[in-house]
Write a protein that binds this ligand. Structure first.
Ligand code: CA
Length: 361
């Protein structure tokens, strides 16, 4: 059985890579790495961290591996991503990713790894910043920050500028998508292809899987939404109390040193909220995470079926906490549900040239 790790990725690359360039024979036997990152998810949303969303595959990873109770990110998609692929604290001057930096893809490729990235990149698409040109031998996904989950060729709504988001495979642009398309499934399909191919070769592999779920727009499949309808009628005030109590029971929180924080000053009053709308909004958000967990189950199954699970380390993390933006207003499909009402501790600090997250939950 694999020893899965959950919620961290920093020192492993340095630990497994010693030489600047190695051949396939030297690289053989080194551990495979699967680094899964989701987008804008609050840490208390998934089951193994006290949330309501059914995440049996992540829960299994947590049970067989390790959960981290302290984790720091860079507050926003791009800064966290720049940091995780370079190991450097991002600076805006000159761009978040420059040729003066090496990426994990470049370092691991030089160490004999087969490298791939499936999903969101958000660090650029020019010669110096495109993932296919920056160490990821196989790329498929969204070069931009977010897109329509069912058809990325659909332009953004007017309130987001109305542009079409850039999507591609390796260095080619993709502009048409099949009728049954859903980004979370498509990213997983690509990652599974890469793992199956790589597992048959002598060299180890590095598969970076970057889901756009549950970043806005909030879009999920009807069958996934259905099972969550009605589950959030307790309201966000009661929900955060329930999560807090579950996290104490799980040993994630020490109530002696961490009391439940005050409500966010921008949080709406549940008593005056449209309960049907808010319940449904949260059900769609939950369904996006549920779908991601189903797909992570497919990834884990692929590792087992290809016989590489005993020599593969798997990480899961979120690039930042729950999003507090509401593009299009509180009742648009771009609105982020309940983010300011979930468990919070500290606050996110973003400044020019120096982004840091105190702790985003
Ligand atoms: Ca994000």
């Amino acid at each position: 059985m694999s020893k899965y790790l959950i919620y961290a990725f920093s020192v492993l690359v340095a630990a497994v890579v010693g030489e600047s360039q190695v051949d396939a024979d030297d690289a053989a036997g080194r551990p495979n790495i699967v680094l899964i990152m989701c987008d804008d998810m609050g840490w208390s949303d998934i089951g193994c961290y006290g949330g309501e969303v059914e995440t049996p595959n992540l829960d299994r990873m947590a049970a067989e591996g390790m959960r981290f109770t302290q984790f720091y990110n860079c507050a926003k998609c791009t800064t966290t991503r720049a940091s995780i692929v370079t190991g450097l604290h991002p600076r805006r001057k000159g761009g978040l990713l420059t040729r003066k930096m090496v990426t994990t893809g470049e370092v691991l490729a030089a160490a004999g790894y087969q490298t791939s990235l499936s999903g969101k990149w958000h660090l650029g698409s020019k010669d110096d910043t495109h993932p296919f040109l920056r160490g990821f031998g196989q790329y498929y996904g969204l070069l931009d920050g977010c897109c329509n989950f069912f058809d990325p060729s659909i332009p953004d709504p007017e309130y987001k500028g109305g542009r079409v988001r850039e999507f591609g495979r390796n260095d080619e642009r993709i502009t048409e998508f099949p009728s049954d398309f859903y980004t979370t499934d498509a990213f997983t399909n690509h990652a599974i292809e890469q793992i199956k191919t790589a597992a048959g070769n002598k060299q180890p592999f590095f598969a970076h899987v970057c889901y756009t779920a549950p970043h806005y727009p909030i879009q999920a499949k009807p069958q996934d939404i259905e099972k969550y309808i009605g589950r959030f009628k307790m309201g966000w005030e009661e929900m955060r109390q329930q999560r807090y109590e579950r996290q104490i029971e799980m040993g994630l929180i020490d109530p002696e040193t961490w009391s439940l924080s005050q409500h966010d000053s921008k949080a709406y009053d549940w008593k005056n909220a449209d309960h049907e709308f808010e319940d449904r909004r949260m059900a769609v958000y939950a369904a996006m995470i549920d779908s991601m967990d189903q797909n992570i189950g497919r990834l884990m199954q692929t590792l087992e079926e290809t016989g590489v699970d005993d020599n593969t380390v798997v990480f899961f993390l979120s690039d930042n906490g729950g999003c507090s933006e509401e593009p299009g207003g509180a009742r648009s499909c771009g609105a982020k549900p309940w983010s300011q009402k979930r468990l919070r501790r500290g606050r996110t600090v973003v400044g020019m040239g120096s982004e840091r997250a105190v702790q985003t939950l």
